[in-house]
Design a protein around this ligand. Structure first.
Ligand code: 0GY
Length: 297
C-alpha cells in the first residue's frame, strides 16, 4: 500500500477510452506523457503541488498499444520533483521505445548526467507555470542550459500565454533547442490572428531553435469536450502549417491536474487530422520530428 493518498479532487484518467477512428501511421510517437509512481516504489516529492493517482509504465505501454502508437516520450512531472527514478525505471524497461525529459538541479554531476543519457533522457524540463513551482527557475535554467548544450539535449519549457511577454527575452537568450509545451497555453477566447498569439508565432518564426507541442486541447479549450475542443483547432493548425518541421504531438496521459473533466484519449487522437490535415504533415508531426529530436542522438 502506498502512503500517498491522491488529492480529493483528483480525476483518474479515462478507464475506457474510445478506439480512435484516425489510424495512426506506423511508427507514431506520443511525445508528451507522464508516469506517476507507483508511489510505494517511487515516492512523490515533498515539494509537490499535487498528489496524483498512480500511473505506471505498464499502464502507459497498454495505452500506447491500444491507441496505435509505437513510441513514447515521457516527461518528468512536477509531482516527482527532481527525482527522476520513476522516469528512468520506465525508460530502462521500454526496450528503446521510450525516451525522456528529466527535471534536474544545478548540483547534478556530469556522471549523473551521463547516467540519465544512458537511460534515455534527451532533454530537461523547466516549469514557468506559477501554480506548479515555488520559484521561477531563471538562474538554474541558464546555468544548466550552458551545461547540456554540448550533449545536444534540449529544454522543454512550460508557461502560460499571459507570461510570454516577460519571459520572451530570457527564452530567446537560451542556447539549446527549446520545446514549448501545449503551444504556450494560448487564450483561445482571443482571435487566432490577434496580438497574443502573434507573439507566440513570432517567437517561433524568429527563433528556429523553438519547437512546439500541439497538445492538450482539453486544457486549452473553452468549448470543451462536448464540442470536441474545436476552438483549439485553428491555433494548433496554424502552428503545424507554419512550422511543420518543429511540431510534436502528445496525449499528456495521465492528464495531471485536469479538474473540469477527464479527456477520452481516443478522441484526442482523433483531433490529429484536424491539426495536421495532410498525410505529409502527419508524418512530420508524429514520426519525422520526434524521431529527429529524440531518437537520432
Ligand atoms: C502537463 C500539465 C500540467 C502538469 C504538469 O508536470 C506537471 O505537473 O506538467 C498542468 O498542471 O498543467 O503538461 O502535464
Amino acid at each position: 500500500m502506498s502512503e500517498f493518498v491522491m488529492d480529493a479532487n483528483w480525476l483518474h484518467w479515462h478507464q475506457s477510452p474510445s478506439k480512435p477512428v484516425f489510424k495512426l501511421p506506423a511508427g507514431a510517437v506520443d511525445a508528451h506523457c507522464h508516469v506517476f509512481g507507483p508511489g510505494n516504489k517511487f515516492p512523490f516529492a515533498p515539494e509537490r503541488k499535487y498528489t496524483p493517482c498512480d500511473a505506471s509504465k505498464q499502464q502507459l505501454w497498454d495505452l500506447r498499444q491500444y491507441l496505435g502508437f509505437s513510441r513514447n516520450v515521457i516527461v518528468q512531472a512536477t509531482c516527482h520533483g527532481a527525482d527522476n527514478s520513476a522516469l528512468v525505471d520506465a525508460l530502462e524497461a521500454s526496450n528503446g521505445l521510450a525516451l525522456g525529459v528529466a527535471t534536474i538541479k544545478e548540483d547534478i554531476t556530469e556522471a549523473e548526467l551521463d547516467k540519465l543519457h544512458a537511460a534515455g533522457v534527451r532533454g530537461v524540463r523547466f516549469n514557468f507555470v506559477k501554480r506548479l513551482v515555488d520559484a521561477l527557475p531563471f538562474n538554474s535554467l541558464k546555468r544548466i542550459a550552458d551545461r547540456i548544450v554540448s550533449r545536444d539535449w534540449h529544454i522543454v519549457i512550460y508557461f502560460e500565454s499571459q507570461d510570454l511577454p516577460e519571459l520572451y527575452d530570457f527564452f530567446t537568450s537560451l542556447p539549446t533547442t527549446l520545446v514549448v509545451d501545449h503551444m504556450g497555453r494560448p487564450d483561445v477566447s482571443k482571435p487566432v490572428d490577434g496580438d497574443d498569439f502573434a507573439l507566440f508565432l513570432k517567437f517561433m518564426q524568429e527563433n528556429d531553435n523553438v519547437w512546439s507541442k500541439v497538445s492538450c486541447p482539453e486544457r486549452i479549450s473553452i468549448v470543451g469536450p462536448d464540442n470536441n475542443y474545436l476552438d483549439v483547432v485553428p491555433f494548433a493548425r496554424k502552428v503545424v502549417e507554419h512550422f511543420p518541421d518543429r511540431v510534436l504531438w502528445g496525449t499528456d496521459w495521465p492528464h495531471p491536474n485536469m479538474k473540469s473533466h477527464m479527456p477520452d484519449d481516443g478522441k484526442l487522437v482523433d483531433m490529429i487530422p484536424l491539426f495536421a490535415p495532410t498525410a505529409e504533415l502527419q508524418q512530420k508531426l508524429l514520426i519525422d520530428n520526434p524521431m529527429r529530436l529524440y531518437w537520432s542522438k
